[in-house]
Design a protein around this ligand. Structure first.
Ligand code: 3CP
Length: 709
């Protein structure tokens, strides 16, 4: 070591670096507005991160962390029937997975039984169909619910699903006090980004308080909520937005729980979190550390005394949107990098995405690679042997503090507005996220942000990979047979009485989960339990409001963009009105990032956009298209319903004599399905990673105007 006086100063380093890069500014301005410097030193570290296992838990919630027990390898899965999903779980557990995480289909999420006419395209797609307690029992057949921790991603139909889970335990001989697991139960982010809500915000918040009340009393090992930022990042949020809104959501839930009469330290210890881990490696590590600091601060301010109540425990999932359909084996590397960020950030539980997850549900092959990514890190690398190995890194510590400060400013704004429920109702968090999404799409389309294989180093030709295709007609028929069997075998009078009691409880103050558990015992279906509450609460719906000017604003006087605008004007002159496009979301798929981006970008080009409401049937979408007299319908599908829903839409337009209305499809559509859709009459298909400027050129061509390349 040189003597302190002989050590080079920062000024000297700056001069040396500037000489090397000939004065180029090396500051990296990240999307969250952080100016990342090329070098960090001890001068940048303003706070002592303390020790792991001690407040404010910057360095982790356990003293020994992974040296004592590694994080839980918990792969999110579920598809088609309960039998198929159960078999998949058994195979995965045998191969080294440690905890379960159930994915439900969208019909289940939205509280519909599989025989409901609105969900023909959704049953068994993107998750398992659960209609009755019998389905739930089959799902966990041979899996002891007192030993295996089970996470269930459910928000809308959270009451019937949790009731089925409790009764499945009972009928397995496991008392509810021994049930170990987590329910997502996070409705605020549904209103912001994910959209699988059923009821309006106020009764939805009551449901959450009822679940806190019941589980804190009856199920001490069960995590009553998974407060989720994941879906915000998937919808385009920056890491600061994800962090701030998630912590603010948590704060709101605690306030509601306390207002419902619960003692904060009786339920707060079982609140858990869920974050996305994207490709900004150090930012993600710092984000998890910052989240723990922020939660400790929030809970201290809310009056929690028990340190467990202030400890942020979290699940993480590698980022789905960071995966690409193009050159998909790159996704293995992306997921590995993200998994490392999650573990270096100190996650408690982790899902690693499969390489084909940008286009379909995982196959056994892709699920194995995803799972083994975690097993290799845990068992081959020695990375788990040291607690928080990045603690004390100048950059990580400085970034952690910067994220804390930036997120805190947003949390304070939320508080000034009266809390997250009010902010969500006012709509500004959603708008902020959508603006960030539009800005990011423009960065990618303009190659300011590189995505290997998509906007740089593209393959001339690509081999198709094998993907899983679910025959949802067969799944639906099997589900309908089981619903009929369950209904035929139950005592109608006691079942109706239990449902009536639930309806009354919804009108009054009875605990909804407790009442639903009785409905589940009496073999009421998920649809019936949901409907009993809907009779009182109503069903909620909103219309999208795409952001304006962000995507187009990024293009300035770019020549191609100007050519497109000229093309739109040419069509306007020819038709005497602007070209008109319905952006349609059909089925129960609430993922609206793609639809909103298309609406924003095409709107900025001068199209008249009809932003269709979520959850339309094909018939409703066709009727809206005809009524609005659009030139083109863009059907956005992110949850695998396209092969059923889009041909039906075309059928309705044809029956109405409107074959002049062109139909295009976009979203998560595997190449294998392109010919099927073309044969059904789809005139343009835009899969994942589509450049919106290219897409606009194709649509203008479809409308009879050729845009110069
Ligand atoms: C942990 N333990 C330890 C140590 N580490 N004991 C001694 N020494 C250690 N070093 C203890 C814990 O205290 C705990 O016991 C037990 O071991 C289990 O550890 P854990 O850390 O609590 O882990 P786990 O049971 O896996 O729970 C993790 C959380 C839980 C808390 C995060 O909520 C969870 O599993 N969440 C998963 C959520 C999920 O899968 N979501 C999927 C979303 P005690 O409990 O007794 O203290 S998928 C969504 C995809 C997108 C979409 O929505 O569509």
């Amino acid at each position: 070591m040189p003597e302190p006086s002989a050590r080079p100063t920062l000024d000297k380093w700056e001069a040396a670096a500037a000489k090397e890069v000939k004065g180029k500014d090396l500051t990296w301005n990240t999307p969250e507005g952080i100016a990342v410097k090329p070098l960090y030193t001890a001068d940048d570290v303003k706070t002592d991160p303390g020790l792991p296992g001690f407040a404010p838990f910057t360095r982790g919630v356990r003293a020994s962390m992974y040296a004592g027990r590694p994080w839980t390898i918990r792969q999110y899965a579920g598809f088609s029937t309960a039998e198929a999903s159960n078999a998949f779980y058994h195979r995965n557990l045998k191969a080294g997975q440690k905890g379960l995480s159930v994915a439900f289909d969208l019909a289940t999420h939205r509280g519909y039984d599989s025989d409901h006419p609105r969900v023909t395209g959704d049953v068994g797609k993107a998750g398992v169909a659960i209609d009755t307690i019998d389905d739930m029992k089959i799902l966990f057949d041979g899996i002891p619910l007192d030993k295996m921790s089970v996470s269930m991603t459910m928000n809308g139909a959270v009451i019937p699903i949790l009731a089925f889970f409790i009764v499945a335990g009972e009928e397995q001989g496991v008392p509810r006090a021994q049930l170990d697991g987590t329910i997502q139960n996070d409705i605020l982010k549904e209103f912001m980004v994910r959209n699988t809500y059923i009821y309006p915000p106020e009764p939805s918040m009551r449901i959450i308080s009822d679940i806190f009340g019941y589980t804190s009393r009856e199920m001490p090992k069960f995590n009553s909520i998974s407060i989720s930022g994941y879906h915000m990042q998937e919808a385009g949020a920056t890491q600061v937005q994800e962090l701030a809104f998630t912590i603010a959501d948590g704060q709101e839930y605690v306030k509601y729980g306390v207002a419902s009469g619960l003692d904060i330290d009786k339920f707060a210890g079982r609140l858990s979190f869920f974050f996305a881990i994207g490709m900004n490696f150090f930012m993600e590590i710092a984000k998890l550390r910052a989240a723990r600091v922020l939660w400790h601060r929030v809970m201290t301010n809310l009056g929690a005394k028990d340190e467990r109540s202030k400890m942020l425990r979290t699940h993480c999932q590698t980022s789905g949107v960071s995966l690409t359909e193009q050159d998909p084996y790159n996704n293995v590397m992306r997921t590995t990098i993200e998994a490392m960020a999650a573990m270096l950030g100190g996650t408690q539980s982790l899902h690693t995405n499969a390489l084909d997850e940008a286009i379909a549900l995982p196959t056994d092959f892709s699920a194995r690679i995803a799972r083994n990514t975690q097993i290799v890190i845990q068992e081959e690398t020695g990375m788990t042997k040291v607690v928080d190995p990045l603690g004390g890194s100048y950059y990580i510590e400085a970034l952690t503090q910067e994220l804390v400060d930036k997120a805190w400013a947003i949390i304070e704004k939320v508080e000034a507005d009266g809390g997250m429920a009010k902010a969500v109702a006012a709509g500004w968090p959603k708008a902020m996220i959508e603006e960030a999404a539009a800005a990011q799409a423009a960065r990618v389309d303009r190659v300011e942000q590189v995505i290997v294989g998509v906007n740089k180093y593209k393959l001339a030709e690509q081999d198709a990979i094998d993907i899983l295709d679910v025959d949802n007609v067969a799944v639906r028929e099997a589900q309908i047979r089981r619903i009929e069997k369950v209904k035929a075998g139950r005592d109608e009078a006691t079942c109706t009485a239990a449902l009536d009691a639930l309806r009354e409880g919804a009108r009054g103050t009875g605990n909804l989960l407790e009442l639903a558990v009785e409905c589940a015992r009496q073999r009421a279906t998920l649809g019936e339990i949901s409907q009993a509450m809907e009779d009182v609460f109503g069903r909620y719906g909103t219309n999208p409001t795409p952001v304006k000017g962000v995507y187009g604003g990024a293009y300035g006087d770019d020549q191609r963009w100007s050519n497109l605008i000229d093309g739109v004007s040419a069509i306007e002159r020819r038709k005497g009105r602007k070209p008109k496009m319905l952006v349609a979301k059909m089925g129960q798929d609430g993922h609206d990032r793609g639809a909103n981006l298309v609406s924003s970008a095409f709107g900025d080009l001068g199209f008249e956009i009809v932003a269709g409401p979520l959850f339309q049937t094909p018939k409703e979408a066709a009727e809206l298209a005809i009524k609005a007299d659009v030139d083109v319908v863009g059907a956005s599908s992110l949850a695998a319903g396209h092969k059923t829903l889009i041909p039906e839409l075309i059928g309705y337009l044809k029956d109405a004599g409107r074959t002049d209305i062109k139909v295009i499809a976009g979203g998560v559509i595997p190449a294998q399905d392109y010919q099927f859709l073309r044969d059904a009459g789809v005139q343009g298909i835009f899969g994942p990673g589509t450049n919106l400027v290219d897409a606009a050129g194709s649509v203008l061509q479809l409308l009879g105007h050729n845009v110069p390349p």
